[in-house]
Design a protein around this ligand. Structure first.
Ligand code: TMP
Length: 199
């Protein structure tokens, strides 16, 4: 396959497998001879590290989360994503702005989708967004109860899932059912991506 810069985001609810599938996709595309840069949000910046800590803390106000995710994204975009795209890499990001739009607006009635978009307006739209979909009851059953983060709650994730699906329909994102075995899900993702890259 021939390389050209391209920005792919794999997003979806907790436990849908965004990290596993981003990494498998990166391995597959590298095997095809393409230059891949795999990354994730929260990023590895100091803000990203703080956000990981806050994911365990229910006392953090939702607007603080929203502003920090946007700050982390601005660093991530300008210092990493943009420069790698300029160098001709294919970026695969495990989560991006769609995570903020969905999670932070579901977190609080005081947070509108419009406001989340506004504070993230510097971040360019990906070329391709794939939403992994799974029933939260299934995804959370795979996790140990002691290590759960603050968003890993079935009632909350039901609302998050509903909004991901609604936005996917509005925005024309690809939705892949992640309830099947990993190989099948990955094969579907690879097909979507290769078709798009070859377009
Ligand atoms: P993960 O890396 O295990 O998917 O966890 C990241 C968590 O952070 C997940 O619960 C989704 C949440 N999150 C937001 O709420 N907003 C965001 O903008 C991002 C990137 C993640």
């Amino acid at each position: 396959m021939k390389n050209k810069s391209f920005f792919i985001v794999i997003d979806g609810i907790d436990g849908a497998g965004t990290t596993t599938h981003s990494s498998l996709l990166a391995g597959y595309l590298e095997g095809e001879g393409l230059s891949i840069h795999l990354t994730q949000e929260p990023s590895n910046s100091e803000i990203g590290v703080l956000l990981r800590k806050f994911l365990k803390d229910k006392k953090i106000p939702p607007c603080t989360d929203a502003l920090l995710f946007a700050a982390d994204r601005s660093l991530h975009y300008y210092n990493e994503i943009k420069s790698k795209l300029d160098e001709g890499f294919i970026i695969i990001s495990d989560r991006y702005i769609e995570s903020s739009i969905v999670y932070q607006s579901v977190q609080s009635d005081e947070i509108s989708i419009e406001w989340v978009k506004e504070i993230n307006k510097f971040a360019v739209e990906p070329d391709l967004t794939i939403i992994l979909d799974i029933n939260p009851k299934v995804s959370l059953a795979r996790k140990t109860q002691e290590n759960l983060e603050k968003f890993e709650d079935t009632t909350f994730l039901d609302k998050v899932r509903e909004l991901y699906l609604k936005r996917a329909e509005q925005k024309g994102y690809y939705v892949v059912n992640s309830d099947e075995i990993i190989e099948i899900v990955q094969e579907k993702i690879q097909k979507i991506v290769t078709d798009k890259i070859l377009e």
